[in-house]
Design a protein around this ligand. Sequence first.
Ligand SMILES: *[C@@H]1O[C@H](CO)[C@@H](O)[C@H](O)[C@H]1NC(C)=O
Ligand SMILES: *[C@@H]1O[C@H](CO)[C@@H](O)[C@H](O)[C@H]1NC(C)=O
Length: 565
Amino acid sequence: MGRISLTILCVFAGLLKFNPTFAEESEILELTSPLGKVKGSFLETRLGKKIYCFRGIRYAEAPVGQKRFQPAEPVKAWTDVFDASVEGPVCPQPDVAIMSEDCLRLNIYSNELPTKDKNVKKPVIVYFHPGGFYGGSGKSDRQGPEYLLDKEVLLVTVNYRIGSLGFMSSGDSLLPGNLGLKDQVIALRWIKNNIASFGGDPDCVTISGYSAGSWSVSLHLVSPMSKGLFHRAISMSGTAYYQKPLPKDQKNLATKQAEILGCPTDTVGNMLICLNTKTAEEFANSLSQFCEWHGDPILVWTPVIEPEVNGVERFLPDDPVKLLKEGNFAQVPYMTGFNKDEFGSVILLPIAEAKKGNNSFFEDWNTNWDHIAPISFLYERDTPRSKEISRELNKFYNHDKPVSLQNLQGMAHLYCDAVIAYSVHRFVNLLATATDIPLYYYHFMYQGRYSHVLDPETNEPYGISHHDEMMYIFYMKKFPFFKKDDPEIPTVERMTSIWEHFAKTGEPIPKNNELFKNVTWERFTSDKKRYLEINKEFSLKNGLINTERMELWDSLFPLEQSPKQ
Ligand SMILES: *[C@@H]1O[C@H](CO)[C@@H](O)[C@H](O)[C@H]1NC(C)=O
Ligand SMILES: *[C@@H]1O[C@H](CO)[C@@H](O)[C@H](O)[C@H]1NC(C)=O
């Protein structure tokens, strides 16, 4: 690694030395990384520390032209100054301002930079954003560093290709798949080689992610490409070890994409030649056509098990469940969990429509359950087994009664379990059986004043929704910036402390800590199933979360066919 030099040129230095609020306008931040000079900008943490921000740094060459649908190439060194003082573009998706295929960018936030006289090595936290593998980005509007950077960590947020451009796969050498996940690996390699210049410790990297990002983390664990690139892992709300085995290709989606854009589908080669002539916008704007029933399935593209192709690195060479069971994975401390009401809010629209006299959701569910349930709840379709599963789910969650305004709570639970909770439950149990690495399980139950989902009738938060706990770790611009006496602050303090302590030590809660009222977060093991309930106060619980619901899913989706059925 090259000599690290740092220049902070204070334009009005005398005037502004100790006044970070004016920093943004008045100072120029320039840093020399092994690949070239980078220009940054400043933010300030909640408690008034300066944050050195480098946003939109290109970590891979733009995957455009003949490089579209190809694994990303690491960025080459540059000679002029890379302007990382503003956000970079986000990957193609509908309804965003600055979108480009040249989106393989990352944001770095550091609260201390190394100087000639002082080496700085903060634990690095890498965050892979949510968005169902078809939306989202690592930008600071949703991943603002202002809370977390009060702690002694360095944060990196990462864009990766999404939708067809990131996850189309044909199961053969033309399109082996997982491009978006391979982008993440290129980013992790970039971090390993370059993060020291920004004050990060390349030998202490925590990968974290939410939802699709959380799925990603759960696969980096078993990926041969990710080996040695991280030292701890955090999966929040979702894993790839869900009720459906990962497929070997998603040719059906490739064909659908080709049809949407008027391309031939006779061979993969012809399809790709035509798709290569289409614009990023055309891909982005096709997203809604992948929905099959209202907004479902919530998850369209998934990672795939890749075929062997000469000269191509495989992110996922085998079924991740098998890799886990064989012990073939990174033995690193792991923290995972989910929220009380994940995706339960999907029932709010049916309620609102029903109150206007439109019962179409209920009618669909009640007349077409066997068709809709496998779409919405992500399991096999059009088989006798599929019908059996649909019947069992209807019996358990809806008590075999028609869904209606009076019989709707089961649907909220079903969305929560099918889309998020069961995948986390299955993963944590598989992991506990496969290894004795430290494993920490949580259930997030804290209801603050704000939420991603408001009940339209009361304007109050609808439970604890998907993404809600992230507002206590990152400053999300759609919510107020929490201030000293706000009731959310103790949760901000605790959540950011957990992330810091876990990133530093592999344990989430410091011992004898007043902030946590001395609660001990015991590990989850196969014979001692413990989890932390995160509420206004924290408490250790014994057993499984929503036991009966999870037992049903375990019985409907056994990992091994039992000898007698
Ligand atoms: C009922 O609601 C659904 C979902 O909002 C909508 O697509 C449909 O057009 C509505 N039907 C009527 C008759 O208003
Ligand atoms: C936590 O432990 C410390 C040290 O043992 C003790 O002084 C303190 O009273 C405890 N706090 C609570 C809330 O139990």
